[in-house]
Design a protein around this ligand. Structure first.
Ligand code: NAP
Length: 526
């Protein structure tokens, strides 16, 4: 019998999932399909959808093709090549309803901390008002939701309207006829600038360092194409074809490896794009050409950002903001720019995994302390010293396959369900991660990451020590293979009452680890 097929059992471990975004919903569907219904999804927001509920700024859309940016079990008939925010939100809400996951979601319920209880092999899950117990906790909180808020002197003195892009709500901000400053030029900013340019009196775009930009190729499907994709089978085939195409680059060399053929070609295409759009603007050509290899920062895809910069009411200011006055931002040259609205498009604290939920494992160990020099996990999912605790889309998994977060979430859900089966089959009450295997795995990943363009640029992928903590290097096929090997090799089960192996015993290297042991073996930082 396959490990994920339902079994007649009324003794499933109870599962708490934190977050009702793409990952949490994928796991919810997979659990229900495996016959496991004893789970709750805690969602801090008032609606499900994660990123696609939180980010409602003008122009918000995905830059992965619709055929790929969806679950394999909910094959949607899309209207466009790249879904818009409200379409993606609808898709997630409909999927949750269709599979009955919505009934498991507790909205407006923030999990503040989770604590492992070694005496009972349970997690205590604490919200503001209550405490619950579960056997398993899954953090499906994503990594792009804790705003990277700037600390510019004087920011609080600004008299106009200011907000981070994730706080933009369509009904609360109207930029019509306003002078707007947008600080930052990442994937979010390049969607906002073209969307507000026709409305605003003036748009000032503050750029510290440019990104490499390629055209996205987003458009509505023609009526003919839309009809063609009415067939679910055709949609499935398209998805497979695109996934195989996306995976092929990992055979011949992914675009993010600095200096390889694909990387050089992409960089040339991005240079050509700049030279074409700004053929009469040498100032913008210079300001918009990065001086680091292509893919050094997350590549930016847009069909209209560059063009929007040519409008008379848009001005690129290729300098950092150094402070803010009552009137507006002041750039590195000391020039003040009076504006009505200040849009803080400065991204998220991507490398600060689980920054908004306290996670305390064996002996009350704080996961943030364990991660002192940068988050890590086995296959990005489990951490030594934190039994029955899983992270979806965790450290070192971003970009796995570059296919989509949906396929990543489905694969990670299968790992969790297999562990649940293992617990049921053997009567385990705790599944622990081996420090030795986690260490080996992360050394291997770090070695691979050294060759990437990510290592050669300043970006959000690096932790406090400069180590890349968010990225995987490889395709979804490689990631899938690793999951098959690492789950059995890298973890073991315990029953309540079993004596934990001592960290100093000879077996410790392959058994559970204590902080001391972990430090000795460089699994955990001092
Ligand atoms: P981002 O990519 O991290 O870009 C942040 C921008 O703000 C950068 O230009 C950065 O400059 C600038 N910045 C940061 N701190 C600053 C400061 N103190 N002063 C001035 N500038 C500052 O953030 P994002 O654009 O919000 O995108 C975040 C991620 O969300 C993306 O990379 C992507 O993964 C995801 N996203 C995806 C889509 C999609 O279509 N799928 C759309 C939007 C976002 P430096 O580069 O100089 O640091």
């Amino acid at each position: 019998m396959d490990d994920t097929t339902p079994r007649p059992s009324d003794a499933h471990p109870r599962i708490a999932i934190i977050g009702a975004g793409v990952s949490g919903l994928a796991l919810g569907v997979k659990l229900l399909r495996a016959g496991i219904g004893d789970f709750d999804i805690f969602e801090a927001d008032s609606r499900l959808g994660g990123t696609w509920w939180q980010n409602q700024y003008p122009g918000a859309a995905v830059d992965v093709h619709s055929a790929l940016y969806q679950f394999s079990f909910a094959n949607h008939h899309w209207r466009r090549t790249h879904g818009l925010q409200h379409e993606l939100l609808d898709y997630l809400e409909n999927t949750a309803k269709r599979f009955g996951v919505d009934k498991h979601i507790r909205l407006n319920t923030t999990v503040e901390s989770v604590h492992w209880d070694e005496c009972h092999h349970l997690w205590r899950v604490c919200t503001a008002d209550d405490e619950y117990t579960y056997s398993i906790v899954v953090a499906a909180t994503g990594f792009l939701n804790d705003p990277n808020l700037p600390t510019w002197p004087g920011l609080s003195d600004f008299k106009g309207v200011k907000f981070h892009t994730s706080q933009w709500r369509p009904d609360t901000v109207d930029v019509t006829g306003k002078r707007v400053a947008v600080v930052g030029v990442g994937s979010t900013s390049v969607q906002i600038v073209p969307a507000i340019q026709p409305l605003a009196e003036q748009v000032l775009v503050f750029q510290r360092e440019p990104g490499w930009v390629l055209s996205k190729g987003a458009r509505d499907f023609s009526d003919e194409e839309f009809e063609k994709y009415r067939s679910p089978l055709r949609r499935k085939l398209t998805r497979w074809k695109m996934a195989i195409g996306a995976e092929w680059q990992f055979v011949t060399g992914p675009v993010y490896v600095a200096g390889n053929r694909r990387n050089r070609q992409a960089e040339q295409a991005a240079r050509d794009y700049i030279n074409t759009v700004f053929k009469d603007r040498p100032d913008l050509r210079e300001a918009l050409t990065p001086n680091y290899p292509f893919s050094g920062k997350r590549r930016v895809l847009s069909d209209d950002y560059y063009e929007s910069l040519l409008n008379d009411n848009v001005k690129l200011i290729p300098r950092a903001v150094t402070r803010v006055t009552e009137a507006g931002p002041v750039d590195a040259d000391g020039t003040e720019y009076p504006v009505d609205v200040l849009v803080i498009a400065t991204g998220f604290k991507a490398s600060a995994y689980l920054s908004r939920v306290g996670v305390f494992g064996i002996d009350g160990q704080d996961i943030q302390k364990a991660w002192g020099h940068g988050a890590f996990a086995l296959a990005g999912m489990t951490v030594p010293g934190f039994p029955n605790f899983y992270i979806m889309y965790g450290p070192g998994t971003n970009g796995a396959g570059q296919v989509s977060v949906n396929s990543l979430a489905e694969n990670q859900s299968t790992w969790i369900i297999k562990d649940i089966r293992r617990m049921e089959r053997h009567g385990y009450t705790a599944i622990e991660t081996r420090g030795s295997v986690t260490d080996l795995y992360n050394r291997w990943l770090q070695k691979r990451l050294e060759r990437t363009a990510w290592a050669k640029a300043s970006n959000y992928m690096k932790g406090p020590s400069g180590k890349i903590v968010t990225q995987f290097h490889g395709g979804i096929t490689l990631y899938w293979l690793l999951l098959q090997v690492l789950r059995p090799l890298g973890s073991f089960g315990r029953r309540l009452g079993d004596r934990r192996k001592s960290a100093s015993s000879p077996a410790a290297a392959s058994g559970p680890i204590s902080l001391e042991h972990a430090r000795q073996h460089e699994v955990l930082p001092d």
